[in-house]
Design a binder for this molecule. Sequence first.
Ligand code: DC
Length: 231
Amino acid sequence: MRRLTVAIDGPAAAGKSTAARGLALRLGYTYLDTGGLYRALAYLYLTRENLDGPVDHAVLAEVLHGFEARPLSSGGFSVGGHNLGDELRTPEVGSAASKLAVIREVRDALTAQARKLAEGGGVVMEGRDAGTVILPDADLKFFLTASLEERSRRRFEELRERGERVTFEEVMAAEKARDERDSNRSLAPLRPAPDAVVLDTTGLTPEQVLEAIWREAARRFDIAETGPRSE
Ligand code: DC
């Protein structure tokens, strides 16, 4: 069986990561987190300059120069010899990633890297424009959504578990701002590809989301569980 290319897009905390990781695991495919590429770049930028004001294009050019992120099996990225993991998952880095993601040079460079990582198929790619721009010919495309309240609650619980001191209202405001920026930018805005299967994950457990995705994949393609089982 040919190794497929799967794209899973959607707003923050819609359940993409758990579904994409789970699907990749079941199929024995590679999981590619394109948001992690944007976060790795933003992290490097933030080590040089804050992003409270406008982007400093000289700093951005230096950070982008020779930027190459190699996915780690642990889920993070290796950049310039440094392994970046949990430090990429903070709200500050997420917000900075979203701000840099509106810039053409950034999108061009990271789109090219993401495409290269997907060469040869056998990948489940997660992001905002995986199915529309990075891999428009993907075999299977999903667009996951959920209500803003539910997505904010999921992110709030995740941050609290990690010991971050945030209020639900702060998390909701940050998610809303990020989604608006990601959806309203002129380059590769967040939206479902015309051939994407749209799935509202509000009220569904991560297991139910993965099952729904698996069922759709199995309905369309002759797939079998080849990877290690997730449980
Ligand atoms: O999925 P995430 O929360 O890790 O993504 C962080 C930011 O990166 C997101 O707010 C927008 C940007 N991004 C993007 O513009 N295109 C992608 N394919 C993936 C992420």
